[in-house]
Ligand binder design. Structure first.
Ligand code: FE2
Length: 290
């Protein structure tokens, strides 16, 4: 696996583990953008990271522990981590659903997370129903002040929107793409109007088409057990993984005509345009982009 030299890709804080992966007093060896690294945990709340070359520890890397994940960066001037206030609200359930490995590019994963049109077909009778496939029109914008992509006013009929849902209902979503490697959604809480569950996906690109996804959540849910919530989330994600690993090419094509957009794909078009503008080359299907 080649170590990337793409300056755009390396200047991000990227998830490289979660507490359940790194034992206290121990370490977890992993790969970030093709670079072997070691994440260690000398004390319960202290994490360290360093480059690993042929089994020897090299340059120390900065670390931040946030959103139930451990983040590091290979760059000298990384884009700051996003602000997600829900993780600081005292009555929230913070749940890290662990990590899932997916053999595709990080952007395919972000794009799939952003796409509601697949709910009825991939998550049949859970997040969507085959008789109600309409994606109600919604607004997608690149918010230049924060340099994020937001999709607002998303509504979709869902037979079982979450572990806390008791029947089919219209669910409101807001999506927020915070970097090429991170996305989250806000989903209305049916029994507590005015509040939203916050569900994130932080992608760790090990290589251009090998990723780990971390899915921490800050929920308003005092009913379900943590195990049941994790089970629900993993069921959904494993359904996505089958689809993601069959997409070709695995790398992300950015040429305008590479894939024909439909109305429901407007989020995907906006996301790809944003990637192209930032000039990222890691994980991009060069042949199509040329
Ligand atoms: Fe999905």
């Amino acid at each position: 696996m080649a170590i990337t030299t793409d300056p755009v890709a390396i200047n991000h804080w990227i998830a490289c583990g979660w507490p359940g992966k790194v034992p206290v007093g121990g370490y977890w060896d992993t790969v970030l953008l093709g670079q072997n690294i070691r994440v260690s945990r000398p004390q319960p709340d202290i994490y360290e990271a360093a480059i690993l070359t042929a089994g020897a520890l090299g340059r120390r890397l900065p670390v931040q522990s946030r959103f139930c994940c451990i983040f590091t960066t290979l760059g000298q001037d990384p884009r700051p981590l996003p602000q997600i206030d829900e993780f600081d609200e005292p009555d929230r359930r913070l749940i890290n659903c662990g990590s899932v490995g997916v053999n595709t590019s990080p952007y395919r994963m972000i794009e799939n997370f952003l796409d509601m049109a697949h709910f009825p077909f991939v998550h049949t009778n859970i997040l969507g129903a085959e008789k109600k496939t309409e994606v109600v029109s919604h607004k997608i914008e690149h918010r230049k002040d924060v340099d994020e992509i937001w999709a607002t006013d998303c509504r979709f009929f869902q037979p079982a929107a979450s572990k806390a849902a008791t029947g089919g209902q219209m669910t409101d979503y807001t999506y927020r793409v915070m970097s090429p490697f991170s996305i989250m959604l806000y989903k209305n809480v049916h029994n507590d109007p005015g509040r939203n569950d916050a569900i994130c996906m932080f992608v760790q690109p090990k290589g251009e088409a090998q990723c780990l996804a971390y899915m921490p959540m800050a929920l308003v849910d005092d009913v379900n057990t943590t195990a049941a919530i994790i089970d629900f989330q993993q069921t959904i994600f494993l359904q996505d993984r089958v689809i993601l690993e069959n997409q070709r090419p695995a790398l992300m094509p950015l040429a305008p005509a590479a894939e024909i957009p439909t109305k429901a794909d407007v989020g995907s078009v906006t996301f790809r345009r944003w990637l192209k503008q930032m000039g990222i080359s890691f994980g991009i299907y060069e042949k199509a982009a040329a």
